[in-house]
Ligand binder design. Structure first.
Ligand code: OKP
Ligand code: ZN
Length: 345
C-alpha cells in the first residue's frame, strides 16, 4: 500500500494549548507521527513515497481563500515583528460584523481567522501544514485504475479548517484538497467519510452547497463535545448540496457495534448517490484509550473497518485526522489499513 509521507510535517510543534482553562502540553504533537512511522516501517505492505514537487497544486486556491493563505504564510513572522515571544495565539476576536474594523495588527488578524485557542502558530507551522496538504493531494493523485488505495500521513490534521478559518489543530483542509484533486482528475462525485471522534465541521462547511461531494461524519454529539456548534443530524446541506451532508452524532461511551452500524449506513448513503471514490478522514480518537475521546473502540475493533470499506469496491484514500493515544496510534492505524488491503480485490 502506498504511504505518502514528508518529514516537514514534524516542524509544527507548539508549546502548549489552553484546555479547560488550564495550560497543558499540546495534544497534537510530532510524537504522533513518530509512533505511526515506527509501526508502518514494520509493516510489510508499506510502500513509502514522498509527495509530488511543489509546482502542481492548484487545489489550494480552489478550497481556501487567497487572503487566508497569505495570512497563514506570514502570521508567525508578523507575530514576531510585533515583539511577541511565545507561539501565536489570539486573545482578541474582532467580530466580523464590526464595519469599522480594518485593523492590521497581527493580534487582531489572528482573532479574525481563528476559531479556538488550542491551535498555536509557530515557526514551522506553515511548512508543516503545507507539507500535510501536499501529502493529501499527492495521495489523491496516485489513485487510478491500478492503485485502489493509499494512505497520506497528514499532520497537522485538516477537518476543522474551512475556507478561511483555522482551529481544532487544523490549518489547511487536507481531505477537502484531496477530494478536489480527485474531482479535477475526472472522478464525477466523491464521498468523504469522516470517522474522527470530532465532527468535521470545516469539511462540512466547505462542501455545504456542493452537489459533487457527499460528506458523512460519525462523531461525538456536539451537545457535549468539541466543536459544540456543528454536527447535528439536521445539518443536511443546502442548494446543490441539499441532502449531500449526513451527520451521525453519537453519545458518550459509543461501542464498536454502534459505530460500525453507522459506518455501514454512511457507506450505503454514499453508494446511493453514486460516488466514484471515497476519502476517509481517519481520526483514531474513537479509541477507548484516547485522552480526548469518550468512545470505547478497542485496537481489535479497528480491524473491522476494512471490510465494509473494501466491499464498496471504490478507490479509497485514507488520510489521518486526530488520534492522541500516541502509544497505540500506529497499531490502530495498521489494523484499519491491513483489514482494507486484505478484503480488497
Ligand atoms: C481535533 B481533531 C481544548 C480541548 C479540545 C480541540 C480538539 C480538536 C480535535 N484544548 N480541543 O478532530 O482530532
Ligand atoms: Zn478528533
Amino acid at each position: 500500500m502506498l504511504i505518502i509521507h514528508d518529514d516537514d510535517v514534524l516542524g509544527h510543534a507548539p508549546r502548549g494549548e489552553v484546555h479547560r482553562g488550564e495550560w497543558i502540553d499540546s495534544m497534537e504533537s510530532p510524537a504522533r507521527v513518530h509512533g505511526i512511522l515506527t509501526e508502518l516501517r514494520r509493516w510489510d505492505h508499506a510502500d513509502f513515497q514522498a509527495p509530488l514537487a511543489d509546482a502542481a497544486y492548484q487545489e489550494l486556491g480552489q478550497i481556501h481563500c487567497g487572503q487566508y493563505l497569505e495570512f497563514l504564510r506570514t502570521a508567525f513572522e508578523r507575530w514576531r515583528e510585533e515583539r511577541n515571544d511565545g507561539d501565536a495565539i489570539p486573545y482578541v476576536w474582532p467580530t466580523r460584523n464590526n464595519l469599522n474594523d480594518h485593523s492590521e495588527t497581527i493580534q487582531a488578524v489572528l482573532g479574525r481567522y481563528a476559531s479556538d485557542t488550542a491551535t498555536p502558530i509557530m515557526e514551522g507551522t506553515w511548512r508543516a501544514a503545507w507539507a500535510s496538504a501536499k501529502v493529501a493531494i499527492s495521495a489523491a493523485e496516485s489513485l487510478n485504475d491500478g492503485t485502489r488505495t493509499a494512505f497520506g500521513l497528514t499532520r497537522p490534521p485538516g477537518h476543522h479548517a474551512s475556507r478561511d478559518v483555522y482551529g481544532g489543530y487544523c490549518f489547511l483542509n487536507n481531505a477537502a484538497l484531496a477530494t478536489q484533486r480527485l474531482l479535477n482528475k475526472g472522478f464525477q462525485r466523491v464521498g468523504i467519510l469522516d470517522l474522527d471522534y470530532h465532527h468535521g465541521n470545516g469539511t462540512q462547511q466547505i462542501f455545504w452547497e456542493r452537489g459533487d461531494v457527499f460528506f458523512a461524519s460519525l462523531h461525538a454529539d456536539p451537545d457535549f463535545e468539541f466543536p459544540y456548534y456543528s454536527g447535528h443530524s439536521n445539518e443536511t446541506g443546502a442548494n446543490d448540496g441539499a441532502g449531500m451532508n449526513l451527520n451521525f452524532p453519537l453519545p458518550q461511551g459509543t461501542p464498536a457495534d454502534t459505530f460500525l452500524d453507522c459506518l455501514q449506513r454512511a457507506i450505503d448513503a454514499m453508494m446511493a448517490v453514486d460516488v466514484r471514490a471515497i476519502v476517509v478522514s481517519l481520526g483514531l480518537d474513537t479509541f477507548a484509550g484516547d485522552p480526548l475521546g469518550t468512545f470505547s473502540l478497542s485496537t481489535e475493533d479497528f480491524a473491522a473497518f476494512g471490510k465494509p470499506l473494501a466491499t464498496a469496491g471504490l478507490p479509497t484514500l485514507f488520510l489521518l485526522e486526530g488520534g492522541y493515544a500516541t502509544e497505540e496510534l500506529g497499531r490502530n492505524l495498521i489494523n484499519v489499513l491491513q483489514s482494507f488491503v486484505c478484503q480488497m480485490k
